[in-house]
Design a protein around this ligand. Structure first.
Ligand code: G3P
Length: 222
């Protein structure tokens, strides 16, 4: 199996942009280099280019629009993300939810631009359905647990197991992440034992007093 993927979404937290974001990226890069783990970061749009310049971590956008370059205003264009140095993108995060048609268009534009894709889903049925778009990852996150500090691995292991099953029954090549309330190595271990390829998390790292300590703990049971 490929090295587990820990994808840190910095969201729009004050602790997650500018200098604070750089500090998280620095420790993430150090830890990724020292261990057999893949760590990616999804910063705000303004931090994508600096991250690309200063770090070798995979850099994900938090959203992309399904538009091609042209007369659009205020849109996030996949080719522009790529040009700024993004290597991938989240699509349909629970805090930036899209219609099915929009997910398809966003995914297609990300693919055409050569970006790695993580489609976020909120339940088992959506996980299975989104797999037909053939993303690199499906990330299952029960919305009610997001930012709650209550880990999906403990509170709802069934949704992880069933999502892995739903995704792999459509396409065994699509990898699965899980997220919501993940903050310890034990949560990550459970997620991997349930068949996922890693985790998508935010507050556990971004809002931690010591993000490095949390990151080290997160990978301690891999
Ligand atoms: O994108 C990650 C996310 O929605 C989970 O957030 O704060 O529960 O780790 P959090």
């Amino acid at each position: 199996m490929a090295a587990p993927f820990i994808l840190i979404n910095l969201k729009s937290y004050a602790e997650g942009f500018g200098y604070n974001a750089q500090k998280i990226a620095q420790v993430a890069e150090k830890i990724a280099h020292e261990n057999d783990v893949r760590i990616g970061i999804a910063p705000g749009y303004m931090d994508i280019h600096p991250f690309h310049v200063h770090y070798s971590l995979p850099v994900f956008a938090q959203h992309v629009d399904g538009v091609t370059p042209g007369a659009h205003t205020g849109h996030i264009v996949a080719d522009a993300l790529k040009a700024a140095g993004a290597t991938g993108t989240l699509i349909n995060h629970s805090e930036r939810r899209l219609t099915l048609a929009d997910i398809e268009a966003a995914h297609r534009s990300a693919r055409n631009a050569g970006l790695e894709t993580v489609i976020c889903t909120n339940n088992v049925a959506t996980s299975g359905a989104a797999t037909f778009f053939e993303p690199d990852y499906i990330a299952i996150e029960p919305p009610e647990l997001i930012g709650s500090g209550i880990s999906v691995s403990k509170a709802d292991p069934g949704i992880i197991e069933k999502s892995v099953e739903a995704v792999h029954s459509v396409n065994a090549g699509v990898k699965v992440l899980t997220g919501a309330g993940i903050s310890t190595g034990e949560c990550v271990r459970t997620a991997l034992d349930l068949g996922t390829d890693g985790v998508l998390l935010a507050s556990g790292v971004v809002k931690a007093a010591d993000p490095e300590a949390v990151l080290r703990d997160l990978i301690s049971k891999i």
